[in-house]
Structures are given as structure tokens and as C-alpha cells.
Design a binder for this molecule. Structure first.
Ligand code: GLV
Ligand code: GLV
Length: 314
């Protein structure tokens, strides 16, 4: 179920909608079965729906798939292109939500917020102590951003302006806009960012080229005192290698909102104290989720009114 604002704006425009009655992801089989029911003109899909040739073939009448997400890694864009199907996403609407959540994870792991919370709930708190649950300060620490898009840009802006964190970044291309907003300096390789940063935050899309961008070898380049934050897509990190790095102290901690085999966690991850996790909820604010619903609806409306959808990705 997506927020009502999206549904109502489509209904107001006279769209007839069939909505999945299940408030959880559909299996591929169920999705294909549901799409075969009618010659639908368009589909609004979620990031949990794998949209590929098989799905397109199940509903050849549908000429647009509006993804309720900014990421489009769940969609086979090449297959869509071959069939002349329009794909749209929902950028912008969730930038602030995800950027703030990234900072929340950063603060939580560096200040050991969740460890402290568990400590209290377990009744372990016996009194104040000068060295109880020592954490760190972020001010002046170097923030490394991988992926200088909207979300990476907003994280870097808040960190540099609010916490006076110097920012270094890697992206496939240098971004003057990003540098102007954050005072960041470009590094020509992800390796350089990993070596220099005290906190590394990942904001790349999931592509064949960013799959396991963070692997065992690259984790070894990071400082032993460094933290890794990921609010992008799980498979960008080799999660097994990350568990090992966290377990052996190769890095100090991690903050994760996304997981390689979501909703499953890599073996051993949940046992670690030095990781703070949330269940892919970085964009889960009322305002972001409403905004995403509005954008997805707007893309569909524009398409059927013969306009170019505002967020066409292909
Ligand atoms: C959330 O993960 C999104 O891509 O919108
Ligand atoms: C800490 O609680 C302090 O008063 O220094």
C-alpha cells in the first residue's frame, strides 16, 4: 500500500486502479499472475518488485512502469528500452529523509546510542562512570562520500556546515556543484577516500559497476578507527567481508539501512555490538513517502496526458 495522496490523485484523473491487497512484497510468481489479469496500461511498482522481461511479457499492454523509489536497480532497463517501455523513479522527494537518516546512523554508531539503550534495558547500568561507553566526536573528522548525487550532497552539506567535517569524495565525475555546497575535495579513486576518511558514507546507485564496491580488499584500506555508513543499496557492500572487518576490528563500526540479501542479514552481523541497523527505513518519513507517492502518480498522469514524465529514467 502506498500513501493515499498518490492513489487519490490518480483516481481524480479518472484512472481505474487495481491495488494489491497485500501490504507486503509480492513474489515474482504472484506479481506475474496479477499482471496477467487485465491489459493494464501502466504499472506502479515498488523497489521489492523485480521487473524484467518476464514481467513485461506478462502485461504487454503496459507502456509505463512508475517505480516507487529513487533506485531503479530492481528494473531491467535494457529490456524496458528494447520494448519501448517508459520507466520513471521518484528522486528529490526522499533526499532530506535519507540524508537525515544517514546522519542518524552516523551519530548512533559513533556515540554508541543503541549499545547504551540495550545496556539500560538489560539493567546493566549501575551508575555513572568516567569511561563508561566511550564514543567519539564527529567535529573535524574527515567525511568520505562515495557518490556525489543529491543525497550524498545533502549529507556532506550538513556535515561540513554543521559539524565542520572536511569532506572528500569520489564519484565517476567531479561535481563543481557538490564542491561549492560542501567545500569538498575530489579524489580520483574510491581507494583514496577509503584510506583518508574517518567516516565513509555510501550514496551510489546499485549498478554492475558498484556491486561489491566495498569488498574485503577495500575494507582493509580503511582506518582501524573508521566507520562505514550505507543507506544506498545492500549489494554495494560485500556483507560477509564487512562482518569480518567489524568482528576483527579492521574498522571500528558501521551504520546500515540496507542489506545484501534483504530482508536477510549476513551471518554474524546481528551479533555485533559495533553496528547500528535499520530495516531499509531511511526514506520512511511521512513527508518523503507522500512525496514519492505524488511523484509516481504525476509520472503516470504526465505519460497518459502525452507529456514527458518529469522523472523518466529511460
Ligand atoms: C529507497 O530505497 C529508494 O530507492 O527510494
Ligand atoms: C556530565 O554529566 C558532567 O556534568 O560533566
Amino acid at each position: 500500500k502506498i500513501p493515499d495522496v498518490g492513489i487519490s490523485s490518480l483516481r481524480e484523473k479518472g484512472f481505474e486502479l487495481d491495488i494489491s491487497p497485500k501490504d507486503r512484497p509480492l513474489t515474482k510468481r504472484k506479481l506475474v499472475k496479477a499482471l496477467r489479469k487485465k491489459p493494464y496500461d501502466g504499472v506502479l511498482c515498488l523497489l521489492t518488485d523485480t521487473i524484467d522481461g518476464e514481467v513485461f511479457d506478462a502485461v504487454p499492454s503496459a507502456k509505463i512502469f512508475a517505480n516507487y523509489a529513487v533506485g531503479t536497480n530492481n528494473i531491467n532497463l535494457e529490456e524496458a528500452k528494447k520494448r519501448g517501455i517508459t520507466i520513471t523513479n521518484t528522486p528529490g522527494a526522499l533526499t532530506e529523509a535519507v540524508a537525515e537518516h544517514t546522519l542518524a546512523l552516523m551519530f548512533a554508531v559513533v556515540k554508541r546510542v543503541v549499545e547504551g539503550d540495550i545496556f539500560l534495558r538489560k539493567g546493566k547500568y549501575k551508575g555513572w562512570g568516567p569511561e563508561l561507553l566511550l564514543g567519539e566526536e564527529l567535529q573535524g573528522k574527515t567525511l568520505g562520500i562515495l557518490g556525489a548525487g543529491r543525497i550524498g550532497g545533502r549529507v556532506a552539506e550538513v556535515a561540513s556546515k554543521g559539524l565542520e567535517m572536511p569532506v572528500i569524495y569520489y564519484d565517476i565525475k567531479k561535481s563543481e556543484e557538490f564542491e561549492k555546497a560542501t567545500g569538498a575535495t575530489f579524489r580520483a579513486t574510491p581507494e583514496e577516500v577509503l584510506k583518508e576518511a574517518d567516516v565513509v558514507s555510501i550514496h551510489v546507485p546499485l549498478l554492475p559497476t558498484t556491486m561489491h564496491l566495498i569488498n574485503a580488499e577495500r575494507l582493509r584500506l580503511m582506518k582501524k578507527t573508521a566507520y562505514l555508513i550505507n543507506t544506498s543499496r545492500g549489494p554495494v557492500i560485500d556483507e560477509k567481508a564487512l562482518v569480518e572487518a567489524l568482528r576483527t576490528g579492521a574498522i571500528r563500526g558501521a551504520g546500515l539501512d540496507v542489506f545484501e540479501f534483504e530482508p536477510k542479514l549476513a551471518k554474524g552481523l546481528a551479533k555485533l555490538q559495533n553496528v547500528v541497523m535499520t530495516p531499509h527505513t531511511a526514506s520512511a518519513t511521512k513527508s518523503a513517502r507522500d512525496g514519492m507517492a505524488k511523484l509516481a502518480a504525476e509520472n503516470l498522469i504526465a505519460f497518459f496526458e502525452g507529456r514527458v514524465p518529469p522523472n523518466a529514467v529511460s
